[in-house]
Design a protein around this ligand. Sequence first.
Ligand SMILES: [Zn+2]
Ligand SMILES: [Zn+2]
Length: 134
Amino acid sequence: MQQYLRPAFATHHPARTTMPKARLRPCAQPGCPELQYEPRCTEHRRANDRYRRQFGSKLSEPRDRARRKAAVDAHRAQHGDWCPGWGREAHASADLTADHIHEVTLGGDPHGELQVLCRGCNARKHATRQNRVR
Ligand SMILES: [Zn+2]
Ligand SMILES: [Zn+2]
């Protein structure tokens, strides 16, 4: 009889099971007729990944970058070097970054609200959200 030991990194490898509540939705690529559970169809998800790997987010929207910086500056002016925390309590951090509350890659509005977090919390948010969506 083997005992099942849950590894510490188990949360980073969630079972890719289809959630019963998941609904088919159209591909985020305008004009693409594909329906799937992911934000994009396999083809466009791959194209999107490739694009992001190649160009990063640098080329995507200079205006957006300025807006992110403005959001961080405004946050800093009001709260100082302080991260509101994501999945943990608020804490001091000088490494702040602004990010879309509704991720653009997951179908959010590119001009939607921004959320200021430290880089660590922001990364955690991304990881958690991606697990939840799939
Ligand atoms: Zn597509
Ligand atoms: Zn943080």
